[in-house]
Design a protein around this ligand. Structure first.
Ligand code: PLP
Length: 454
């Protein structure tokens, strides 16, 4: 395509790097999602709202490391917090409980009242994994239910029907579990039940049929961070799961802090049984937090009798008194310092982020309108996606699949050549450092590219 050719012309350094990287990492990447055809842009430096690639091109960054960087790159408050933490304590890691675990925990309890107790992990993946274990232990049941199109991390139980080919995925109101990777035990296709998002009637029917086996429903309350559940769907899902004795997990790894400081649960006024957080709350460093009802979290409280000879090496006997949760880096002080600094800034500046997001959404819609192309900016809070479609509403994964990916991809390559960065087909995340200048630049780039491709 024309836009892709222009991209290639501007990114020869990235092209060369990507070739070399293939000698070191499969496909030249260390997370499959970072790869795209013909090769990804290779970034070298970040500064505020901007990323600079190895060819010296500057980009307004809307990927923001898949939403993690809500203050942009190198925010001074985060840098100071991290430097102070290391200087004052003289160490990166204690291997004991410490002050910042308390401080962050209290902050989370305040902003997410459903998270009565918390545990820290090293990633969103680990947080959802622990949430599922807690659900099995609490309910004594052995299956889970997840929604088609929802992502909860890269492990076997949930790596089903995240992005399935529709032709293999069964009827819309009764999706079948489709594995997303080689090497996943077919056991999980049996024991992970897939639900249709925003279809309450079908969801209720499937849950009722399997209520004796389903320990929990796990959901991204806003799919992919941008397709909201309807209020009535969420209200219904909460009511049904309660009635059926099924736990409800809100996976707020993307939506936490981004939909509002209190996440999607505050937006919907819903109290999930368990919640997982990640991304923003690590201030750009790896983190996950799981929290929820006291009586569920207490399952992981060590009992006195579990004090055996180094439980990580020898946990055959007493450890079954409790729900195992451990990790060398859990509650890493430097990361919690960065996360707390991030929350502090957001408490002052989140309204600015929402206002910039709305300006961008509106501006983009107006430009498409001029060309008479049907599209929507789908999203709430500080995340949205540009969905080119004649449909009135985008409610779930299958609606999204029917949008014009080819035109969107062409747009994205055009925008890359104009210094606007998001991975092709990815969503837009907004940060405190995005301002009027970036909005204007972005809308000008849209105007120019749309004129060329339509
Ligand atoms: N859950 C959701 C909703 C996510 O968006 C992600 C990451 O994109 C994860 C879980 C996994 O988090 P991590 O990449 O930190 O393991």
């Amino acid at each position: 395509s024309n836009m892709k050719k222009q991209y290639i012309a501007k990114t020869q350094g990235s092209k060369n790097f990507a070739e070399s990287a293939k000698q070191v990492m499969p496909g030249g990447v260390t997370a499959n999602i970072k790869s795209f055809d013909p090769y990804p842009v290779i970034m070298e430096k970040g500064d505020g709202a901007y990323l600079y690639d190895v060819d010296g091109n500057a980009y307004v960054d809307y990927l923001l490391s898949y939403g993690a960087l809500m203050l942009g790159h190198g925010h001074p408050e985060v840098i100071t917090a991290v430097q102070n933490q290391i200087k004052e304590d003289g160490t990166f890691l204690f291997g004991t409980p410490h002050q910042l675990e308390l401080e962050m925990g209290k902050k989370i309890q305040q902003l997410y009242p459903s998270m009565e107790l918390v545990r820290y992990t090293n990633s969103g993946t680990e947080a959802t994994l622990l949430a599922l274990r807690m659900a099995y232990a609490f309910t004594g049941k052995h299956k889970i239910a997840k929604f088609e199109g929802h992502y909860h991390g890269g492990y076997d139980q949930v790596l089903l029907s995240v992005n399935p080919p529709i032709k293999n995925a069964g009827p819309a109101n009764q999706p079948t579990a489709v594995s997303e990777s080689k090497g996943i035990d077919p056991y999980h296709e049996e024991n992970t039940i897939v639900l249709p998002f925003n279809d309450l009637e079908a969801t209720e029917e499937i849950l009722k049929k399997n209520k004796d086996e389903i320990a929990t429903v796990i959901t991204e309350p806003i799919q992919g961070g941008f397709i909201p559940a309807t209020q009535s769907f969420m209200d219904g899902l909460r009511r049904i799961t309660e009635e059926l004795g099924i736990l409800l997990i809100f996976d707020e790894v993307k939506t936490g802090f981004r939909i509002g400081l209190g996440g999607a649960q505050s937006f919907y006024n819903i109290k999930p049984d368990l919640t997982t957080l990640g991304k923003v709350v690590g201030g750009g460093f790896p983190v996950g937090i799981i929290g929820g009802k006291k009586e569920i979290l207490e399952l992981s409280a060590p009992s006195a009798s579990s004090d055996v000879f180094d439980s990580s090496q020898s946990h055959q006997s007493k450890a079954k008194d409790t729900l195992f949760h451990s990790g060398t880096y859990n509650g890493h002080p430097t990361i919690l310092a960065a996360g707390l600094a991030t929350i502090n800034v957001l408490e002052q500046e989140i309204e600015h982020v929402f206002s910039i997001t709305n300006q961008l959404k509106q501006g983009i819609c107006e430009l498409f309108d001029k060309h008479g192309i049907g599209m929507q900016t789908v999203g709430v809070g500080s995340i949205f996606n540009v969905v080119i479609t004649e449909k009135e509403t985008i409610n779930h994964y299958r609606d999204l699949q029917q949008s014009d990916f080819a035109l969107r991809r062409e747009l994205d390559f055009g925008l890359l050549t104009q210094g606007i960065y998001t991975k092709p087909l990815n969503r837009y995340s907004i940060a405190t450092v995005h301002g009027q200048k970036e909005v204007n630049h972005t809308l000008e780039a849209y105007e120019k590219v749309l004129a060329e491709i339509i």
